[in-house]
Design a binder for this molecule. Structure first.
Ligand SMILES: Nc1nc2c(ncn2[C@@H]2O[C@H](COP(=O)(O)OP(=O)(O)OP(=O)(O)O)[C@@H](O)[C@H]2O)c(=O)[nH]1
Ligand SMILES: [Mg+2]
Length: 241
């Protein structure tokens, strides 16, 4: 997070992490498409013909609050290919929150697990425990055959604390919900660390509502934030009788 007192501008860094070709760039493209014109900057992507990010993608979003504080969100993706390890380490530096995008197909389970370990290691190299980082998990490509079943995902989600989202990023399904969940967790973490609400008269709920609206979602905030597939914070009743 960066805070410029003079211009009352807050910059938050969010990173989409995950194995190669899981759909991180596609998530940013869907967010860019969903975002209102006055909220988005240019989506910067640099990839090969076969959809592999070479360095990183960056989507800048900006919002102004009634309090006069303006908030910039810098949304990055890392390049998932194993060879880009050093770039991932660089891009994840200073992240305030992370969305981990997994490919739901069974054939991709090992790659996802390895990428998760890679994320943990890269954070530890910066002296950050993964458990302390605001984190959401997205199981993407739900439209493809031979994906891990919802029951399996629910099972593994129960062992973790992170909210889990299902998505078909190519159709924009689940993308905004996942992003709002990430922003919600990240905001709560920054608020706990820096008391932005008290210091700036900044209302986090209003901010999230505004972001949701600018991303084309008008439903009540509680409804939007409740759209996780499963979340350790609000356990689904049927799995813990
Ligand atoms: N069927 C299907 N294809 C998807 C979905 N999301 C992404 N794809 C496709 O998967 C391929 C890879 O997507 P990208 O978003 O480029 O993947 P990435 O995670 O950014 O990959 P790297 O940059 O190499 O790390 C593209 O051809 C996408 O169109 C999805 O939900 N369903
Ligand atoms: Mg990419």
């Amino acid at each position: 997070m960066q805070l410029d007192f003079a211009s009352r501008e807050l910059t938050i860094k969010l990173v989409y992490y995950g194995p190669a070709l899981s759909g991180k760039t596609t998530n940013l493209q869907a967010l860019h498409q969903a975002a209102a014109g006055d909220a988005k900057g240019r989506l910067m992507t640099l990839e090969t013909k076969d959809d592999r990010t070479l360095f990183f993608d960056l989507l800048p979003l900006r919002f102004a609050d009634d309090s006069g504080l303006s908030v910039r969100l810098k949304v990055f993706t890392v390049p998932g290919q194993v060879i880009h390890a050093s770039t991932r380490r660089l891009v994840v530096q200073g992240a305030d929150g992370i969305a981990f995008v997994a490919d739901s197909r069974r054939s991709q389970t090992t790659q996802s697990a390895e990428s998760f370990v890679d994320l943990r290691n890269n954070l530890e190299a910066q002296g950050i425990q993964l458990e302390k980082m605001p984190l959401v998990i997205q199981f993407n490509k739900r439209d493809l055959p031979d994906v891990r079943s919802e029951e399996e995902i629910r099972d593994s989600a129960r062992r973790g604390r992170e909210p889990v989202y299902l998505a078909v990023a190519t159709k924009g399904q689940g993308v905004v919900e996942c992003f709002l969940g990430l922003l919600h967790l990240t905001w709560a973490d920054l608020e706990a660390k820096h008391q932005l609400g008290r210091k700036f008269g900044f209302n986090g709920d209003n901010f999230l509502r505004q972001v949701a609206r600018k991303l084309g979602h008008d439903a009540p905030l509680s409804d939007l934030l409740g759209r996780t597939f499963t979340s350790a914070r609000a356990p689904a009743r049927e799995v813990s009788p």
